[in-house]
Design a protein around this ligand. Structure first.
Ligand code: ATP
Ligand code: MG
Length: 351
C-alpha cells in the first residue's frame, strides 16, 4: 500500500479551508492507503504560540481529525514533537537544502512580512522540517492544499539531492529502492513524494477578500468559517461574504476574474461532493441573495455534525491524549527504522 503523510499546525482557528482542502480528503484516503496524520506542533513553534494555547490547539486539531472520521486504530494520529526523529532528520535536511532554495519560498515571505530580520530562523527553515516529516516515514503521497505545493517541490529536491549526494553509500549499504522518475527508473533511499492536490477546494479564499487564502492567522474572524462556529455564525459570515453585484454566470467560464463568486461556488461544490459545473447548472443566473442562503444551509448541514463530535471528543481530554501517545509510539518505531539507515548512510557512528 502507498503511504500517506500529512499535517495541520495547532495554530488555532481551524477553518473550512483546512477541512475541505486537507482533512476531508484525508478521510477518503483511509481505505486505499496507510495514513499518518500529524498535529505539527513543532511547526507552530515557528511563530512562538503561548504554551497554554498550544496545548489547547493541539488537542483541538486532534479532535477535529477524529470527528471528521479519521480512524486512529487503523492509521496513525500523533503530535509531531513526540517523535524526536523529525527534528533529527530536519537537521540533516538543513544541511542538504540550499539557502537559495529556502529564499524562494513564498510562505516565508508572506509570514515574515516586512520585518524579516525579526522572523524566527525556524520560520525560515520550516520547509526542511516539513521534508523531514514526510521523508522520515518515506511517505509517497501527501494530500495538502494548493498553498503547500512549493514546499512539496522542495521536499522532492531535498530527497533527490540526498539520493544523489549519497548514492555510493546507499548502493554499498544496499538500502536503495527502485523508483520511477519520469520515464526513467532510478535508485534512491528517499522516495520523491507526490503531492495530492485536487478537487474543487484546493485553495479556499478569504470571505472578505477573494485574492487571499482563508487562513488561521487572518486577524478578521469574518474572513473564515471556523470549525467551531455555530449555525448562526456560519450563516452570518456567508451572508456578509464579499461578492460582486452580478448574478451567478450561466457557465463556469463566467467565473473567471470573479474570485469571490468562484470561491463561493467552489465551497458549495466541495461541501456537496460535486464540482463547479454541477453547481452552476443548478444556480447559474441566480442572484447571491438566493445562492448564499442555500450555501449557508449546506455548510451548516455538513459542518454541524463534525462540530458536535469535536466538542464531545474534546471534552474527553484523557482519550485525546491516549490517542496521541499510542500514535506517537507507533510512528516512533517507523521513524527510527528510517533514521538508523540515515545515520549509516551519512556516517554517524551508532550502536
Ligand atoms: P497558518 O495560517 O497557521 O499557516 P493554515 O490555515 O495555513 O494556518 P496549516 O496548518 O498551515 O493551516 O495547513 C494545514 C492544511 O490545510 C494544509 O494542507 C494546507 O494546504 C491546507 N490549507 C490551509 N489553508 C487552506 C485553504 N485556504 N484552502 C485549502 N486548503 C488550505
Ligand atoms: Mg499554513
Amino acid at each position: 500500500k502507498p503511504l500517506v503523510f500529512s499535517g495541520v499546525q495547532p495554530t488555532g482557528n481551524l477553518h473550512l479551508g483546512n477541512y475541505l482542502g486537507a482533512i476531508k480528503r484525508w478521510v477518503d484516503l483511509q481505505d486505499s492507503h496507510d495514513c499518518i496524520y500529524c498535529v505539527v506542533d513543532m511547526h507552530a513553534l515557528t511563530v512562538m504560540p503561548d504554551p497554554a494555547d498550544l496545548m489547547v490547539s493541539t488537542r483541538e486539531v486532534t479532535a477535529a481529525f477524529l470527528a471528521a472520521g479519521i480512524d486512529p486504530k487503523k492509521h496513525i494520529v500523533f503530535n509531531q514533537s513526540r517523535v524526536r526523529q523529525h527534528a533529527e532528520l530536519a537537521w540533516v535536511f538543513n544541511c542538504i537544502a540550499r539557502m537559495g532554495w529556502l529564499n524562494r519560498m513564498t510562505q516565508f515571505k508572506d509570514k515574515a512580512g516586512k520585518d524579516r530580520e525579526n522572523a524566527s530562523a525556524g520560520l525560515f527553515v520550516y520547509p526542511s522540517l516539513m521534508a523531514a516529516d514526510i521523508l522520515v516515514y518515506r511517505a509517497t503521497h501527501v494530500p495538502v492544499g494548493e498553498d503547500q505545493k512549493q514546499h512539496l517541490e522542495l521536499t522532492r529536491d531535498v530527497a533527490q539531492k540526498f539520493n544523489n549526494d549519497y548514492s555510493d553509500r546507499i548502493a554499498s549499504l544496499g538500502v536503495g529502492v527502485e523508483m520511477a522518475v519520469g520515464d526513467e527508473t532510478v535508485s534512491g533511499f528517499f522516495p520523491l513524494a507526490e503531492p495530492l492536490i485536487g478537487g474543487p477546494a484546493t485553495r479556499i479564499m478569504s470571505l472578505r477578500d477573494g485574492t487571499k487564502k482563508m487562513s488561521k492567522s487572518d486577524p478578521s474572524d469574518l474572513s473564515r468559517i471556523n470549525l467551531v462556529d455555530d449555525a448562526d455564525t456560519i450563516a452570518k459570515k456567508i451572508r456578509k461574504a464579499k461578492t460582486d453585484p452580478e448574478a451567478l454566470p450561466s457557465d463556469v467560464a463566467g467565473l473567471a476574474n470573479r474570485p469571490e463568486a468562484d470561491n463561493l461556488v467552489g465551497i458549495f461544490a466541495a461541501l456537496s461532493g460535486t464540482d463547479r459545473e454541477t453547481v452552476i447548472r443548478d444556480f447559474g443566473g441566480r442572484q447571491f441573495s438566493d445562492f448564499k442562503p442555500a450555501l449557508a444551509d449546506l455548510a451548516v448541514a455538513r459542518l454541524s455534525p463534525i462540530t458536535d463530535e469535536m466538542r464531545r471528543i474534546s471534552a474527553d481530554e484523557a482519550y485525546v491524549d491516549a490517542v496521541l501517545k499510542d500514535g506517537g509510539e507507533r510512528a516512533g518505531v517507523l521513524a527510527e527504522e528510517t533514521m538508523r539507515h540515515v545515520r549509516d548512510i551519512i556516517g554517524f557512528l551508532q550502536d
